[in-house]
Design a protein around this ligand. Structure first.
Ligand SMILES: NC(=O)c1ccc[n+]([C@@H]2O[C@H](COP(=O)([O-])OP(=O)(O)OC[C@H]3O[C@@H](n4cnc5c(N)ncnc54)[C@H](O)[C@@H]3O)[C@@H](O)[C@H]2O)c1
Length: 343
């Protein structure tokens, strides 16, 4: 692999700074980078991330808003060419309860962070955005030019950051790629990392919990305009999400314009009932399910069209939901050993 200094036109990166690299997605991206011969440098405050996920990796414990720390990282790693910014708080109900805290954590700190990156001559930023910024259309599929209409303070922090970074990229020597993730599931297939939470609140997490506790799984919302009335999501294996970042590092130099947005999903919608069927095919024992009312704030959901990811990144997902479920179950079985004590 050719060395790639900052500002260099090489399409390959050898070192990347991953903010939030001790979290679920960031740590998986770090593993995918390592497997591809790219050295990840991790910056994480461990507010929700886990030290175990940074073990054996270049790791700086601290906040993205900490200017002297960011300066030190760039002084010690002058060959960092691209920064992947996954650091955020991500719990939708918490963002409803504490919008000030969420705007501060996700927007104010991101503004501080990009200021530090500019000062250190960083010219490439990959931002973890979310499908939650979209308003879903009648056919439930969305593309990058679909209307943006975030429905929670959390989702709005993502939309605000995208716009803020695009404004900055238009005026300053930095380019930004916003990757809009759909619904990540699964774990690193080599089981180095996975979801750090013991009780994830997404549908698959609830299914695993129902199985562990021997209680029925609740299908929350059965009157949505989908084929079977349950909500629809685009479940993307977290490893596929991670390899999309490796593809993005390789292709960054070919992207045109100061700011680009790309959806990362599978291109297929899966309803909660379909996910349940798949779960019961994969799990050692099937779980029972019960219909229930919608939860406040829930939406029908959406899936993505993935033409742009294919075209611009040359990437497409390799895993289907069955493998995502299998890896999530494998991870749930070993999580307690990898994460010795729960924070
Ligand atoms: N998990 C999802 O379903 C999903 C979907 C779409 C987008 N995203 C985005 O992907 C990114 C990663 O999400 P995740 O699921 O891995 O969450 P996570 O909580 O596992 O990871 C976030 C990481 O960022 C760190 N962090 C938070 N604030 C920080 C700060 N100020 N300074 C330094 N580190 C900080 C946390 O300690 C944690 O390790 C987030 O930006 C999130 O908005 C997640």
């Amino acid at each position: 692999m050719a060395p790639a200094g900052r500002g260099c036109t090489s399409v390959e990166a050898v070192k990347v700074l991953i903010a939030g690299g001790a979290g679920y997605i960031g740590s998986t991206i770090a593993s995918a980078c390592l497997d591809a011969g790219i050295t990840p440098v991790i910056l994480d405050s461990l507010v929700t991330g886990r030290r175990e996920f940074a073990a054996g990796r270049e790791f700086y414990a601290g906040d993205i808003a900490d200017g002297p720390l960011v300066d030190r990282i760039f002084a010690e790693h002058p060959d960092i060419e691209t920064v992947i910014h996954c650091a955020a708080l991500i719990v939708v109900p918490d963002s409803v309860a504490d919008p000030v805290g969420y705007y501060r954590a996700n927007v104010t700190k991101s503004l501080d962070f990009v200021t530090h990156l500019l000062r250190n001559g960083c010219t490439r930023l990959i931002f973890s955005s979310s499908a939650a910024i979209y308003r879903s259309g009648d056919d439930l599929s969305v593309a990058e030019d679909s209307p943006v209409d975030p429905q929670s303070p959390y989702a709005r922090t993502k939309a605000v950051c995208e716009t803020m970074f695009a404004d900055i990229a238009a005026a300053r020597p930095i380019r930004v790629l916003s990757l809009r993730y759909f619904n990540p599931i699964g774990a690193d297939p080599k089981m180095r990392t996975g979801l750090q939470l013991p009780r994830p609140t997404h549908a698959l997490g609830k299914m695993i919990q129902a199985q562990q506790e021997g209680v029925p799984f609740l299908i929350t919302g059965t009157d949505y305009p989908t084929t079977d009335g349950s909500g629809i999501r685009d479940y993307i294996h977290v490893w596929d999400l991670a390899t999309a970042h490796v593809a993005a590092l390789a292709k960054f130099g070919t992207l045109s314009g100061p700011a680009t947005a790309i959806n990362l999903g599978t291109g297929h919608g899966t309803t909660v009932r379909e996910l349940l069927e798949a779960f019961n095919r994969v799990a050692p024992r099937p779980i029972q399910a019960r219909d229930a009312g919608r939860r406040p704030g829930d939406t029908v959901g959406a899936y993505t069209r993935i033409d742009r990811a294919r075209r611009l990144l040359g990437w497409q997902p390799q895993y289907d939901i069955t493998e995502g479920i299998r890896h999530a179950l494998q991870w749930a079985a070993i999580r307690g050993e990898v994460l010795s004590e729960d924070a």
